[in-house]
Design a protein around this ligand. Structure first.
Ligand SMILES: [Cu+2]
Length: 129
């Protein structure tokens, strides 16, 4: 996207955490994801199952989750608007409509709200072309 400036040379933090299970930023939740397709595909719609639990491991069964994603080096987001379409129970949520239009470093963000508690979990992904 940055053309002559060289998108791939734009700043990228070293030692990014690519774990698929993380604490949310303020520690309110533990969030993990599983893609229904592995490896995570480029240019193909697919779904993830998100799991949300409290730090003590109790599943969060009443969360509302907003989904967003972007490529920090490229200043663009996803070509689609993925969203939670089903509460699968036991802290699992189906996220449909995910599509990555290119390989590289992506950050997926899940804004989780349950009761009064809102927090965001961010996942780094390095997708292969
Ligand atoms: Cu990009």
């Amino acid at each position: 996207m940055l053309g002559a400036l060289g998108a791939c040379s734009a700043f990228m933090p070293k030692n990014l955490d690519y774990a698929a299970a993380r604490a949310s930023e303020q520690g309110a939740y533990r969030v993990s994801y599983k893609s229904d397709t592995t490896p995570i595909p480029i240019n193909r719609l697919h779904s993830w199952t998100l799991h949300v639990e409290r730090p003590d491991g109790r599943p969060v069964t009443d969360a509302t989750v907003k989904v967003d994603g972007d490529m920090p080096q490229h200043m663009h987001g996803l070509p689609t608007r993925p969203r939670v379409t089903r509460n699968l129970g036991n802290g699992d949520y189906l996220v449909e409509g995910i599509k990555f239009q290119m390989g590289g470093w992506w950050v997926m963000e899940f804004a989780v709200t349950s009761g009064e508690r809102s927090d965001v979990a961010k996942f780094n992904l390095m997708l292969q072309h």
